[in-house]
Design a protein around this ligand. Structure first.
Ligand code: AP5
Ligand code: MG
Ligand code: ZN
Length: 224
């Protein structure tokens, strides 16, 4: 696949957006842009954005739209985004979707697809409470489906793995409800625009990735 792929990933917390974004971004050689990762880095760095975001993230709520739209616009101005992007976790509200459309128009870019990973709630809960990540290189593991070779240690760089602060059972339940209320309505918006690609996210990581590649190829064919 050549450059200039522009997609956004929708789907509940734990649906596999980050996992699939990594694979797709590397297959298409475009940057993986994750608002969640950007916020976590900002919190760790203690920046103004981090201070604004932390209290919302801790309780599983969305960071305010103006802050979120601001960091996305800033990121899209970095030159590598001219090659395209896999946008992971943005937009998540109607206001963010409207602002994203305006940004695309301003840059003269067209969205290739909005990809939804569909996964039932019970599986999401299992995935999130079993997730461990490497704070150094960002690799994501799962105690059930993708355990590290040595318990608690990153395969790639040897750093001790950590759990996300918002992956406690109570906060996960809030995040899932926030998705249903504030983000799921965007599915109809992208379906109406003819850009929604829904993928069964319950299959293995490799099978889901193959389905994404097939779905994007058929979208590209239909558009040409
Ligand atoms: P964010 O970091 O985006 O979190 P999220 O949307 O809750 O999604 P996750 O990252 O938890 O799940 P994922 O879909 O990436 O799944 P993953 O691939 O890791 O946002 C965090 C917070 O930041 C928000 O709550 C909010 O406060 C703030 N924020 C971010 N964006 C915002 C925005 N636009 N507006 C406002 N606020 C915003 O997979 C999960 C687990 O499952 C892993 O262990 C993985 O190994 C495993 N897994 C993945 N695929 C499979 C598979 N096919 N089979 C079995 N296991 C699998
Ligand atoms: Mg993620
Ligand atoms: Zn690592």
């Amino acid at each position: 696949m050549g450059n200039q792929l522009r997609v956004l990933l929708l789907g509940s917390p734990g649906a596999g957006k980050g996992t699939q974004a990594e694979l797709l971004a590397s297959a298409a050689d475009v940057p993986h842009i994750s608002t969640g990762d950007m916020f976590r880095h900002a919190v760790a760095a203690g920046s103004a954005v981090g201070l604004a975001a932390a209290e919302f993230m801790e309780r599983g709520a969305l960071v305010p739209d103006d802050v979120t739209i601001g960091i996305v616009e800033e990121r899209l101005r970095i030159s590598d985004a001219g090659r395209g992007f896999v946008m992971d976790g943005f937009p998540r509200t109607a206001q963010q979707a409207t602002a994203f459309d305006a940004l695309l128009a301003k840059f003269g870019w067209k969205l290739d697809a909005a990809i939804e990973f569909a996964v039932p709630r019970a599986e999401l809960l299992r995935r999130l409470t079993g997730r461990w990540t490497c704070p150094n290189c960002g690799v994501t593991y799962n105690l059930d489906s993708a355990p590290p070779l040595a318990a608690g240690v990153c395969d790639r760089c040897g750093t001790a793995l950590v759990q996300r602060a918002d992956d406690s059972e109570a906060t996960v339940a809030i995040r899932l409800d926030v998705y249903e209320r504030q983000t799921a309505p965007l599915l109809a918006y992208y379906r109406g625009a003819g850009s929604l690609l829904t993928i069964d996210g319950t299959k293995s990581v490799e099978v889901v990735h193959a389905a994404v590649m097939r779905g994007l190829a058929s979208f590209a064919e239909a558009a040409s």
